[in-house]
Ligand binder design. Structure first.
Ligand code: NDP
Length: 251
């Protein structure tokens, strides 16, 4: 197993892609700190894991970086990998921008990642560990009408590349996965009605060159690879998991 004896923090492990990441990493032998705010959902993720140690860490990534690190160390004594997966969507483009929503998206998708990575880094330096950020196809190429989200993920990608360069001499690797559309709660959570969601899903299917959307496990397998020593010479990479969509020219 590629992650035996590795202690991994997974943020947003209570839902969607994060829950799948926890399951795949558990299969690979990792010991897990499962971070999120929804206790019932974190417990459901923990229950779905087989034969691995997992600690539930109820925390908000925008505020609780130190507490996440302290609870993980108190339970497991070390940290080998940080998976920054927690994230939220925003609605709309510049004309209809809700600045409070913009702040919330940037706080969660970017500032929270920076704070937690900074808090975890001294422990990754000890273990020669790795960071995997869950970014988006929207970090690599622009999508009109997705301003807050696209800005947050593009900045996250630059963060990945900069910290990878800073940490390469010390043996800490930093990479990201950049998924296309994956069916989870994230789109529903911005409060859209069924009809709107169904239209969005159909456009997503049509807009991926492979003619379908992605599955949570396809993202999780890539995270497991980047987290493990199988990717020992890979740092500062953005790994698209999007059926080819990142190479399309924006319209
Ligand atoms: P979900 O809405 O299913 O999951 C989001 C997760 O983030 C939840 O577990 C939620 O936990 C957690 N979260 C959100 N805000 C906070 C916070 N402040 N503190 C702690 N946890 C938080 O969405 P996905 O699984 O789809 O999204 C996971 C990642 O994948 C995100 O970064 C997203 O941008 C990215 N992504 C998703 C795509 C998709 O199409 N689904 C495409 C490209 C990227 P809780 O509610 O318990 O706090």
């Amino acid at each position: 197993m590629s992650l035996s004896n590795k202690v991994v923090i997974v943020t947003g492990a209570s839902s969607g892609i994060g829950a799948a990441i926890a399951q795949v990493l558990a299969r690979e032998g990792a010991t897990l700190a499962l971070v999120g705010r929804n206790v019932a959902n974190l417990e459901a993720t923990k229950k779905s894991l087989k034969g691995t140690q997992a600690e539930i860490v109820v925390a908000d990534v925008t505020k609780d970086a130190d507490a996440i690190v302290q609870q993980t160390l108190a339970k497991f004594g070390r940290i080998d990998v940080l998976v920054n997966n927690a994230g939220i969507l925003g609605k709309g483009g510049l004309i209809d921008l809700d600045i409070e929503e913009f702040d919330a998206v940037l706080n969660t998708n970017l500032r929270g990642v920076i704070l937690l990575t900074k808090a975890v880094l001294p422990h990754l330096l000890k273990t020669k560990g790795a960071v995997v950020n869950v970014s988006s196809c929207a970090g690599i190429r622009p999508f009109a009408g997705a301003l807050s989200y696209g800005v947050s993920k593009a900045a996250l990608d630059q963060f990945t590349k900069i910290v990878a360069l800073e940490m390469a001499p010390q043996g800490v690797r930093v990479n990201s996965v950049n998924p296309g559309f994956v069916v989870t709660n994230i789109h529903r959570n911005i409060g859209i009605v069924d009809e709107e969601y169904n239209g969005m899903l159909q456009r997503a299917i049509n807009s991926h060159p492979m003619g379908r959307v992605g599955d949570v496990t396809e993202v999780a397998e890539a995270v497991a690879f980047l987290a493990s020593s199988k990717a020992s010479f890979t740092t500062g990479a953005l790994f698209p998991i999007d059926g080819g969509k990142h190479n399309l020219t924006p319209r």
